[in-house]
Design a protein. Structure first.
Lengths: 202, 135
């Protein structure tokens, strides 16, 4: 088992080079995993700057422990995701310094003049509503949704990254889906009511 | 139920399609070039020689190889001085450990030990004086 992990891990050679201070090897791993970790952290925290901090911290911790890396314990990518996930949990638990996410702040700019501009705007608003609903979920439910639905990992991979069983992950996902449906449905109903009131006033 | 079938069940959830559409419209930002540069730089500066996995001589060589000439000449006297101090401390500790063996004996006990020693050797040096003193 341990030998299989050591042989099959495509990143182990890069980790060994990083232990000797090889910046090029570090660059390869950052290119391979940087955006993926950034996406996980961003969906978890809802804030770009905080996500950048988390990803930097995760990589730097890896560099510091590269010389003591034991490939038989876990794949490098698994370890890196676990560190990122735990850093996200830590950040979320600091309730007093919780980030105030302003809806739309981190969303892409709308391009005027497009034929489907209204549809894009509507999708953007839905995305913002879902992001806000996601932020209200408990942290582990949120992480399960981010990994399985946003990052489209298999349940097995997501469970491994979160260091839980697949059954526990399924349970988290089921509860999260229920909560998201309730939350976004409530917002949709409120939005429809507002539109009806405005239409009635006009 | 296999893990693969569980995964397919998740994908059949209507919420999954909704999230995919929203994700396409609102992609997560990429890691900035500044962060990438900072991370790569940290890899170069945080690399350490694997001292625990090498014999001491190799580890010392690896360390000195990484040091510039000026710093190396500065550190050598410091290392020698540290070893010297450690040696002195060892001698002092040895003296302190040895001293109580004598300090614990009373004058009478010490005299008796000399007497027994002399008897054991068959010498008459202490016969007159010390034997009288002890008795």
């Amino acid at each position: 088992m341990s030998n299989r992990l050591a042989v099959n891990d495509p990143d182990i050679e890069f980790v060994r080079r990083i232990a000797k201070g090889d910046a090029e090897a570090a660059r390869v791993l950052v290119e391979a995993y940087g955006d993926r970790l950034m996406a996980v952290a961003y969906r978890m925290l809802g804030n770009r700057d905080a996500a950048e901090d988390i990803v930097q911290e995760a990589f730097i911790r890896m560099w510091k422990h590269a010389c003591n890396w034991r490939p038989e314990t876990a794949m490098f990518s698994t370890w890196l995701h676990r560190v990122t996930i735990n850093l996200c949990y830590d950040r979320l638990r600091k309730a007093s310094t919780r980030y105030e996410h302003t809806a739309g702040d981190d969303l892409p700019e709308m391009v005027d003049g497009k034929a489907d501009g209204l549809a894009t705007l509507e999708a953007s608003e839905r995305g913002s509503a879902l992001q806000e609903a996601l932020e209200r979920l408990p942290e582990r439910q949120k992480m399960a949704v981010v990994l399985c639905h946003f990052e489209e990992l298999s349940n097995v991979e997501a469970a491994e990254f979160m260091e839980i069983s697949v059954y526990a992950l399924e349970s988290l996902l089921a509860r999260a889906r229920r909560a998201l449906r309730c939350d976004t449905q409530l917002q949709d109903d409120l939005s429809d009511e507002t539109e009806e009131i405005v239409a009635g006033a006009v | 139920m296999s893990d693969e079938s569980r995964t397919r069940m998740s994908e059949n959830d209507p919420l999954f399609d909704e999230i995919r559409k929203i994700k396409a419209a609102n992609p997560a930002p990429a890691l900035s070039s500044a962060s990438r540069a900072a991370i790569v730089h940290a890899a170069r500066s945080s690399a350490m020689p694997a001292v625990s996995r090498q014999p001491l001589g190799d580890a010392f060589s690896a360390l000195t190889d990484r040091l510039s000439g000026g710093l190396e000449t500065l550190l050598r006297p410091v290392a020698i001085g540290t070893l010297g101090l450690a040696g002195l401390a060892g001698l002092a500790a040895g003296g302190l450990l040895a001293a109580p063996a004598y300090a614990e004996l009373t004058p009478e006990q010490e005299l008796a030990s000399h007497f027994e020693f002399a008897v054991h050797l068959g010498s008459g040096i202490f016969d007159d004086q010390t034997a009288d003193g002890v008795n």
